[in-house]
Design a protein. Sequence first.
Length: 568
Amino acid sequence: MQRRMPRSRVLTVLVLTLAALFTAPVAQAAPVLLSQGRPVTASSSESAAFPASAAVDGDPGTRWSSGFSDPQSLQVDLGSTQQLSQVVLNWEAAYAKAFTIQASADGATWTSLYSTTTATGGNQTLNVTGSGRYVRLTGTQRATQYGYSLWEFQVYGGGGTTQPGDVLLSYGRSGQASSYQDDGNCPGCLPAKAFDHDPATRWATSATTGWVDPGWITVDLGAPATIHQVVLQWDPAYAVAYQLQVSNDNANWTSIYSTTSGKGFKETLTVNGSGRYVRMYGTARSNGYGYSLWGFDVYGTGGNPTTPPPAPPAPHFPGTLVWSDEFNGAAGANPDPSKWTAETGPGVNNELEYYTNNNNAKQDGRGNLVIQVRREATPGSACPVDPISGSGTCQYTSGRINTAGKFSFTYGHVEANIKVSGTQGLWPAFWLLGANFFSGTPWPNCGEIDIMEHVGKSPNLAYSTIHAPAYNGAGGIGQPYDLGQDVSAGFHRFGLDWDANHMTFYVDGNAFETINRDTVESTRGPWVYDHPFFLILNNAIGGDFPGPPGAGTVLPQDMVIDYVRVYQ
């Protein structure tokens, strides 16, 4: 959860074949969250503490709860008729076994979008097709004696209007800007980085000359074009006031969009204009910095477009097993070298262990891999000072193994059955790192998906978190799952469902957290998870997240892995 800079100590040079990072252009606009903060009504509320508005406030810690009878309904007004693509329900324990989702243009005549009599609660992501200004959930059979209760009721769709034949015109095109940044804080943040369709690279105005108004960036579409949509993915240095302008000569400009209340993050804008050049012209900055865009995407017809690489294929859950390790080797055997590589050297994040070349990672002959942390000094190694011994020589050894260069994947279901270590200062983890890390893409630009982290100081909690350039370390997106008992007391299945639009994390088959792409892009920053990732298992001691070992630390400590499986 607080991992800052994973640096490999792999001794063998790893040559990775990278799959596409990019999303293919489509005529349909990317869906956006339409319901958050919109007017909402309900058939009833249990009390004033659980109002209907709590289901659309974007706060997963507040909820709507109905009266204890059937039927009950919750209705949101989107403000205008929108094309609808998805409804996400985050149920509290009082969920609906039978319910319908309906849409209406006028609030009087309703069309069914979804219906079920066998729902099981939890987080439900429902793909729908239809349109409407009003969207209504009606529960007709409660799963408990209580009412219906939703932490969040999210409706997705809209996202601006594209027309048949519209494509992404700006990908790979050249650009100009009022200035650009190229220093240690933002190396190579050139105008072209806004048009590369890589969510982990960005353009920024210069720190020395460009943190002024106005600031602008222009894309050359290569030929005259008709423009119907512009998508801006802002860094926190965004424009409060700006115009979108078009030109045929890069000198005389016509405004096709203007605002003085830009909200930053992801803005999907319906426009209508023509020209070879499109410019974002900012006149008021959101803060003391400049202007910065992760993405500046222009959709329409004409121009001289280049087609981005195709998107990875969508997975089907639960999917087919495509890779696994059951750890059925002989007692004392190393992890399968055709699947795993040992990372060696001191840990990162102020950890205190030295990772050995599989001296601490052995199969036990009973179908498990054991990664053991033990107290033993590694002469000649340098670690942060151990608070117990006072030495800066690494005083502990452990294991960290990964599948880089041997197996990586994009999307699917991944699961491991693990008995974690558990004592003061311990930090076992099962996680994914972007495969482009070893080809030169730094962390956190490569992306990181922590399926499971556990720290001895919080014995009942397992953490699942994602990290990207705009949100990482302590600012990563995620939440812990409280098992109600010490996680280290037994084996638990830690899993992830991952596709282009969401990640859902599981413990023992219970879906406890869903992170939606549009919510991330609309509130935190770019989604950087549409490319291959590899697997990592490690058992750390000390570091920024768990804190140091102390008098209560018991060693050695074993992290025991029964299996790791990937389905697509």
